[in-house]
Design a protein around this ligand. Structure first.
Ligand code: SF4
Length: 243
């Protein structure tokens, strides 16, 4: 996202798993090492300022679809407690029964208590992780993602949904299809983010993106369990690489 323009932080997704979405601001991704991501720059150490910004977004939520997705340039653990409490309050007031949060692998042990906190109020959490690819050697040596398991089944023990990063050098039609199929096998939903150029060292590969568009897009665009973001603003909020 531009450093000079305030990104759009509230939107409504009307197709496939309709939901409202808010991009909130927290203290920032703790990992910060993914070699393709500058999304973690949307952060502030000022909890009060974050809460005021987040409050403005959360007060726009209508509850129309009874589902809300919260993204925050990192993990739910980076959000301040006042923001989390307000999310709970908004959900109860607006009859929202399902919330999606994102989380990095390093915080996975904090997920069960967080699920319980919301479950006690009748709200189901869906946790999303940016796996980017299930090829762990490629993921860790090239993308530096910080997920120290090569087992989708182990990731599935904590998470409900995955994000994949496609359109980067080294990927093929077969490898991208394999990742989507593994995602569908182990997780409820898959979100494919097509790489968009930013200031980080890993760049999109136009040839790989063209292959995706020709061979994979037609196969998955109508799959209700697959979201495809050709631009990282396709959900209507600014900058959506996921934790
Ligand atoms: S992709 Fe997610 S985990 Fe990686 S640096 Fe960016 S915000 Fe952090």
């Amino acid at each position: 996202m531009s450093e000079n323009l305030e990104p759009i932080r509230y939107s409504m997704i009307t197709e496939k798993n309709p939901r409202e979405i808010v991009m909130l601001r927290g203290s920032g991704c703790v990992w910060k090492r993914c070699r393709f991501c500058d999304y973690h720059l949307d952060k502030s150490p000022d909890k009060e300022a974050n809460f005021l910004l987040n409050r403005t977004q959360l007060l726009q939520v209508t509850g129309l679809y009874h589902k809300l997705e919260v993204i925050n340039s990192g993990s739910f653990v980076d959000l301040d407690e006042d923001t989390i409490s307000l999310i709970e309050e908004v959900c109860l007031k607006k009859d929202i029964s399902e919330i999606h949060f994102e989380c990095h692998w390093m915080h996975r042990k904090e997920i069960p208590a967080f699920r319980k906190r919301f479950a006690d109020k009748g709200i189901t959490l869906k946790l999303k992780i940016g796996v980017e690819t299930f090829d762990s050697l490629f993921r860790e040596s090239y993308l530096s993602k910080g997920i120290d398991t090569d087992s989708p089944a182990e990731i599935e023990q904590y998470f409900d949904e995955v994000c994949l990063l496609q359109g980067i050098p080294g990927q093929t039609v077969e490898s991208m299809r394999q990742d989507i199929e593994t995602g569908l096998q182990f997780f409820e939903r898959v979100c494919v983010n097509i790489m968009v150029e930013n200031r980080m060292p890993i760049k999109p590969d136009p040839r790989v993106i063209a292959l995706f568009q020709k061979y994979l897009y037609p196969d998955y665009i109508n799959n209700p369990r697959v979201d495809i973001l050709m631009e990282n603003t396709d959900f209507g909020v600014g900058g959506t690489a996921n934790a």
